[in-house]
Design a protein around this ligand. Sequence first.
Ligand code: URA
Length: 239
Amino acid sequence: MERLQKMIAKAGIASRRKAEQLITDGQVTVNGRTVTELGTKVAETDKIEVNGVPVEKEEPVYLLFYKPTSVISSVKDDRDRKVVTDYLPEIDERVFPIGRLDYDTSGVLLLTNDGDFANKMMHPSYKVEKEYIAKIKGIPSKEDIRKLQKGVKLEDGVTAPAKVKLLSSDKQKQTAIIQIIIAEGKNRQVRRMFAVLGYDVIKLKRERYGSLTLGSLNAGDYRMLKPYEIKQLYQLAVT
Ligand code: URA
């Protein structure tokens, strides 16, 4: 027996939180009866439907995509811009991105149809590290680097301690390359952290997600994760 929201999430229909919403909104039936109570236990043999569409279990898939810039971290866009799934024509499963990278940000983006796994990776309490390389306008002082490391105040809260390192700077052009490692995933977090201190991010790339780096992938390419890599990510997601 498994919780209803978990079963829906596992089927790749929605994240666990979205699945909970579907249930409380009365869009889910079990064996023909609407169920609005979260945590209802269901068996593999129960017939679950979301808005009348049967929930069929897909094999879970996990992939690492090198998102190019000028691509939306979504499976569809109402303005017809390029989306990540445009790059995955061979993938039949209903995968969705784990978190998002901005339109202008490139780098590691994980996709899956396993809502439970996605939830684990994204939740800030699990503290999976994400490493970014940012090119910024201006050269930050040691004091500013320290502020970023300690945490800066954004409109949705103070950022958790981060690892921040000045890799290089160009005095003539007044630009700097910074490595920044965060374990949270607030919306546009890196850009906003620099903005608070008055720096514009010119270029942003996610080099690493947990234990996964881009390796030899080219922008726009993807690869399936290996079982041991999925296991490693689970192990990194500690509370
Ligand atoms: N922080 C940002 O500002 N943008 C991203 O895409 C990811 C992290």
